[in-house]
Design a protein around this ligand. Structure first.
Ligand code: PXP
Length: 259
């Protein structure tokens, strides 16, 4: 596939439905803080299904700081929702993905010392590492997504690699929003909207995620080509105060209203 030029923005009435994938990692973070079984991320997955969430997202990190290997099968068995497994581009994670066969695998950069995924994957600089992993996942029928910055070079790499999905890292946008830097918010939004349009034009489904909250979700949800948002930390944090059901319902309302 050859990259094509930017298309004019789609009319919002042509926007596709926007899915919400709930990242339940931080239920496991709280569980692991005490080393027992409570709170169980499986119960969170059941609640996501009960309130009409569209998918479960979980990141099995190299250091297993939140989700553990045995959680994956339990999460898959608990609901019929598609599981989006976030994973580093390593042979260990590939073997786990091939064993569990999640609906989707989102390849993310991973550094041991980071608190969370701090930037997009350098897909453009990692072609050689990524190509066989993307290929093996695809051959197993797993929908591959690359978590990248909204940047043309990275999108070109995703095209070259044959990834059907990209997830744009919204961390810079979220930070600018928190800092009250409205010029940067506008720039970041434009960058994400332009790259979402370019991805869709080239047959790649754009998703977005990282740092999304009740306050900042709507401009991202309004980008018509974006098909899925993956949201975790804020929803689990809000769940402490209002319950997970209510937090997800509110996020869903805001997303729908923005669409
Ligand atoms: N998407 C990806 C690829 C992620 O790695 C994460 C978590 O780091 C998220 C979405 C969710 O981000 P957050 O927890 O900030 O909502």
């Amino acid at each position: 596939r050859q990259p094509q030029s930017l298309s004019p923005r789609m009319n919002p009435s042509q926007a596709r439905p926007l899915r919400l994938g709930v990242n339940i990692d931080h239920v496991a973070t709280i569980r692991n803080a005490r080393g027992g079984d409570h709170p169980d991320p499986v119960r969170a997955a059941e609640i996501v299904a009960a309130v009409g969430g569209d998918g479960i997202t979980a990141h099995l990190r190299e250091d297993r700081r939140h989700i553990r290997d045995e959680d994956l099968a339990r999460i898959q068995a608990a609901t019929n929702l598609p599981l989006n497994l976030e994973m580093a581009a390593t042979r260990e994670m590939l073997a786990i993905a091939l064993r569990h066969k999640p609906h989707a695998a989102c390849i993310v950069p991973e550094k041991r010392e980071e608190r969370t995924t701090e930037g997009g994957l350098d897909a453009a600089g990692m072609d050689n590492t990524l190509a066989p992993i993307v290929e093996e996942l695809r051959a197993a029928g797993i929908r591959v997504s690359l978590f990248i910055e909204a940047d043309e070079r990275q999108l070109d790499a995703a095209l070259r690699l044959g990834a059907p999905v990209v997830e744009f890292h919204t961390g810079e946008y979220a930070h600018a929003f928190l800092d009250g830097d409205s010029d940067k918010v506008t720039r970041e939004l434009k960058r994400i909207a332009d790259m979402a349009a370019l991805a869709a034009k080239n047959g790649i489904e754009p998703h977005a995620g990282h740092g999304l909250t009740f306050e900042n979700v709507q401009p991202i949800a309004a980008i018509p080509q974006i098909a899925e948002l993956n949201i975790g930390h804020y929803l689990i944090g809000e769940a402490v105060f209002v319950g997970l059901e209510n937090a997800i319902r509110r996020m869903r309302e805001l997303m729908d209203a923005a669409r």
